[in-house]
Write a protein that binds this ligand. Structure first.
Ligand SMILES: Nc1ncnc2c1ncn2[C@@H]1O[C@H](COP(=O)(O)OP(=O)(O)OP(=O)(O)O)[C@@H](O)[C@H]1O
Length: 237
């Protein structure tokens, strides 16, 4: 994986949040590269700054200091319009609690994305990729947690993002269902070349990634290349 080109680069990134008199220094000088086509896991204890990094990488937030570069685009200085375009065209998001629209069917939830994307796949094709064609007309409440997460993944990938950002994607699922969802994400990474970033507090999950970033108190402790990646089916947690 070492020869893959860089897709996204964080340089000396700091993030402070100020509330009244109190300032919290959450990210303390992060240097990190995300490479094209890799599966990168970011692990660390609760509060270590994982979601804060994901928000910066996803163009949902900007650093207090330092640079976030997506290819030629400087996300740290980009204006709102540029960030919106970046999120719309380049990034898919998958969250722990799916974030589906409850009164839309599975297909309509995917259409929400495809209708505003430049080069989307058919919403039905995206549902087929996650194995849910027969559930297209079902509402989220009629689907299991794992199925809802698969709809959320279909929604995220339907716009063919270069980068798929997953925040605790299996966090609300039981062990077996979690493995199915993880398998789906790994397949997307391998078959479609989508760059995958998975953040989790569950270190065991990181065995499926090419590289693992260990985060502690807002600093990168180390970045480990997984010499022996495990298929999701073999991961225990
Ligand atoms: N908007 C904000 N305002 C103030 N503090 C914030 C804000 N966002 C995050 N923080 C603080 O930054 C720290 C890191 O939060 P973050 O959500 O990035 O951690 P995390 O590693 O993703 O944790 P978890 O695994 O619990 O989701 C926490 O102490 C949090 O309270």
């Amino acid at each position: 994986m070492t020869t893959l080109p860089t897709l996204l680069k964080l340089q000396h990134v700091h993030r402070r949040f100020t509330m009244g008199q109190v300032s919290v220094h959450v990210l303390k000088g992060i240097d990190l590269e995300i490479r094209q086509g890799e599966c990168l896991a970011i692990v660390g204890p609760s509060g270590s700054g994982k979601s804060t990094i994901l928000n910066l990488v996803g163009g949902l937030d900007q650093p207090s200091e330092g640079t976030v570069l997506y290819q030629e685009l400087n996300l740290s200085t980009a204006n709102r319009k540029m960030l919106t375009k970046y999120r719309r065209d380049e990034v898919g998001f998958v969250f722990q609690f799916y974030n589906l629209v409850p009164n839309l069917t599975a297909l309509e939830n995917v259409l929400v994305t495809t209708e505003i994307s430049a080069n989307p796949m058919d919403a039905s094709e995206a549902l087929e990729l996650v194995g849910l064609t027969d559930r297209s007309d079902h509402f989220p409440a009629q689907l299991s947690g794992g199925e809802q997460q698969r709809v959320a993944i279909a929604r995220a990938i339907a716009k063919r993002p270069k980068l798929l950002l997953c925040d605790e994607p299996t966090g609300a699922l039981d062990f077996e269902t979690g493995k199915t969802v993880l398998r789906l994400l790994i397949d997307l990474n391998e078959k479609m070349g989508t760059t995958l970033v998975i953040i989790t507090h569950n270190a065991a999950l990181a065995a499926v990634a090419h590289r693992v970033v260990h985060l502690r108190s807002g600093e990168v402790q180390d970045v480990v290349v997984n010499a022996h990646r495990r298929p999701p089916e073999e991961v225990q947690w």
